[in-house]
Design a binder for this molecule. Structure first.
Ligand code: NAP
Length: 320
């Protein structure tokens, strides 16, 4: 099968495009013929050698966890899915080897959901990782609800593009950071108050509007002061899910009873199915999606590195 893969850590130039063997599904896995693969910052970060203490690696490595395609093989213990079904999935594994930048991938049967009628594979591949991350952060961890307030950092990015409408769907007032050129985009997705972080100090703006503090900060940025500012921005008892860091060491986290953690997305086929249905029903808008062919995996990761991607980037793999 055709695939993008790498055999050593490094910059985008370690990515090769060529032939790899089709993987065999384990007992609890399905074999998926891949139509489209979502691109996420973690793909390039793992390629660069980050997080090596947490992941095992079987070289060479095919990157990518977001997938949309058709089931063409079943593991011996899989009874809940059938060949021929169109599915989406978060093909997360702690051992990196088979990724979705390929014509076939094996995925745990509990990590997939049906591709809803009327949704194409490009949209399907854009959604799993960012949707599960945002929902597990805002709803499951923070309990964001009607009448509350939230800051979603980087509202125009992949996570932000689904987190902003999810926060709106939950009934919250939504602040978000993005450059002015993306204001219309985030406002159309439900942001009440976009702040251009290149022109204004978002801490000052939010403190002025919410002197009592926010209920939730979804923090996807890095930097010692940035992550401390998130704690300062929430009210006592508020929540700060971090997507890139462990919470900072600050005494006020305990004294002000702040609910905080590092969130790492969790594959969950049932939750993914519910979220896909919200997108399919139009209750959550799809992100803006740019596509590139699988053979452009290197260009896709370069684009991701620019940190200017609006919405999602998806590799179109094959017609199925
Ligand atoms: N823990 C987890 O499970 C998890 C899951 C998903 C993502 N993440 C992490 O979360 C981060 C965001 O992921 P993503 O997929 O949303 O990335 P992304 O799509 O590559 O984000 C690109 C966006 O970031 C915005 N941006 C860049 N610098 C910014 C700044 N200083 N302030 C506000 N916005 C800024 C840009 O908006 P403008 O063009 O308007 O500047 C652009 O739209 C990444 O570091 C990723 O690794 C973690």
């Amino acid at each position: 099968m055709k695939a993008v893969y790498y055999s050593e850590f490094g910059g985008v130039d370690v990515l090769e495009y060529g032939e790899r063997p089709i993987p065999e599904p384990g007992p609890d896995e399905v074999l998926v013929k891949v139509a489209a693969a979502g691109v996420n910052p973690i793909d390039r970060r793992l390629r660069a050698g980050e997080l090596s203490d947490f992941f095992q690696r079987e070289w060479p490595i095919i990157p990518g966890w977001d997938v949309s395609g058709r089931i063409v093989g079943l593991g011996s213990d899989v009874s809940t899915w059938e060949e021929g079904q169109d599915v989406v999935g978060l093909a997360f594994t702690w051992t990196l080897h088979h990724g979705s930048y390929a014509e076939y991938i094996v995925v745990d049967a509990s990590s997939i959901a049906a591709l809803p009628d009327g949704m194409d594979h490009i949209a399907g591949a854009a959604l799993p990782l960012v949707s599960l991350t945002a929902w597990q952060s805002l709803h499951e961890f923070s309990g964001l609800k009607q009448g509350q307030s939230v800051l979603v950092q980087a509202g125009a990015g992949g996570v932000g593009s689904v987190a902003v409408p999810m926060a709106k769907h939950l009934g919250a007032k939504v602040y978000t950071t993005t450059r002015t050129e993306n204001f219309d985009y985030v406002a159309a997705r439900g942001a009440d108050h976009p702040i251009d972080y290149t022109k204004e100090n978002y801490i000052g703006v939010i403190s002025q509007h919410e002197p009592g503090g926010l209920d939730v900060v979804l923090e996807s940025m890095t930097g010692e002061e940035v992550i401390r500012d998130s704690i300062r921005l929430v009210k006592d008892g508020g929540s700060v899910p971090y997507l890139n860091n462990e919470p900072p060491e600050m005494d006020e986290i305990a004294t002000r009873k702040i609910n905080t953690t590092f969130i790492h997305h969790r594959p969950d086929g049932a939750m993914l199915g519910e979220l896909m249905n919200l997108f399919a029903a139009g209750r959550l808008p799809l992100p803006s999606i740019s596509t590139m062919p699988l053979s452009d995996g290197k260009a896709a990761q370069l684009q991701s590195e620019s940190m200017t991607t609006k919405g999602k980037l998806v590799l179109s793999v094959q017609d199925i």
